[in-house]
Design a protein around this ligand. Structure first.
Ligand code: AG3
Length: 282
């Protein structure tokens, strides 16, 4: 590939590429290699260590699914913790819930926050000014094992388990999350594309099962996390939350006054249906 093509390096033997119309920012931060560039098909794209993290065009699917599914299932979440999330997209979606009283984001890499604010302004869409918001620059494992605060929802918006993201797939991290989750709270996490990263799904499932009584996944297809559906880990001690009826979700959704581009109550309920090959492997 030449300078005007950027190639993802996530999988062995095959991959995806994007034409680069313009590089907006490129840096080796203290933690990882950050690039933000412009592409004709997906708009602005942010990648870390050679892996696409977010694009202007398809980010809504991922961010809506990692926020509204746990928040609507919980029904009265007041305190939300985002681990990672430095591009601001998760913050934007959480901030849309008026019942939420505090939003804490723990991001390891301050450069990701500042350059995404500058070059991906529609991700955070003003939510950094929200009075409910607190930013902590820290390692996620460190935060969840030290803090005295507790939360109703924890969203792990991390990279894949290579580099800085690796620690966010360990038992130590999950144990810390369990420790700071209020009773009836929900933990969710991006868990990769299960067809291509099945080991990641299996190990997260096993590790989360050490601390939570209800562990599963839900799913959505996000074009630039290519290879089929992405699975999101779901862990809670409230076994009823995964099986709420469409009418219940519909009533909450209506009450919240949300309008989304991907998420709706039918999508919510259907997302917990998993392919048989994954169920058999778990
Ligand atoms: N972080 C998740 C990127 C996962 C990419 N993995 C993959 N393609 N298998 C996204 C950060 C967006 N806020």
């Amino acid at each position: 590939t030449d300078d005007r093509q950027w190639q993802e390096t996530l999988h062995d033997g095959f991959g995806q590429y994007f034409s680069v119309d313009n590089v907006l920012y490129h840096e080796k931060t203290a933690h990882q290699e950050l690039i933000i560039f412009e592409n004709a098909a997906f708009g602005r794209i942010m990648a870390l260590d050679g892996v696409v993290q977010t694009t202007e065009r398809d980010e809504f699917i991922y961010h809506e699914m990692l926020t509204h599914v746990p928040l609507m299932a919980h029904g009265q979440a007041k305190r939300v913790l985002i681990i990672g999330g430095g591009d601001g997209g998760m913050l934007r979606e959480v901030a849309r819930h008026s019942g939420v009283e505090s939003i804490t984001m723990v991001e390891i890499d301050a450069s990701v926050v500042s350059f995404c604010r500058q070059y991906l302004p529609n991700h955070s869409a003003g939510a950094y000014e929200d009075p409910r918001f607190n930013l902590v620059i820290d390692d996620g494992v460190n935060f969840v094992s030290q803090t005295t605060q507790t939360f109703d929802i924890i969203i792990s918006d991390c990279t894949d388990p290579v580099g800085p993201g690796e620690s966010l797939f360990t038992s130590a991290f999950y144990e810390g999350c369990k420790r700071i989750l209020n009773p009836g709270g929900v933990f969710v996490a991006q868990n990769g594309v299960c067809f291509l990263q099945q080991d990641e799904a299996l190990s997260s499932h096993r590790r989360l099962g050490q601390y939570f009584t209800d562990v599963s996944f839900y799913q959505a297809a996000i074009p630039t996390y290519y290879g089929g559906i992405m699975t999101f880990a779901w862990a809670t001690d409230n076994e009823t939350l995964r099986y709420l009826r469409p009418a219940t979700i519909q009533a909450r959704f209506h009450h919240a006054g949300l309008r989304c581009r991907y998420y709706n109550p039918a999508v919510h309920c259907a997302a917990f249906a998993l392919p048989q090959y994954l169920q058999d492997a778990l």
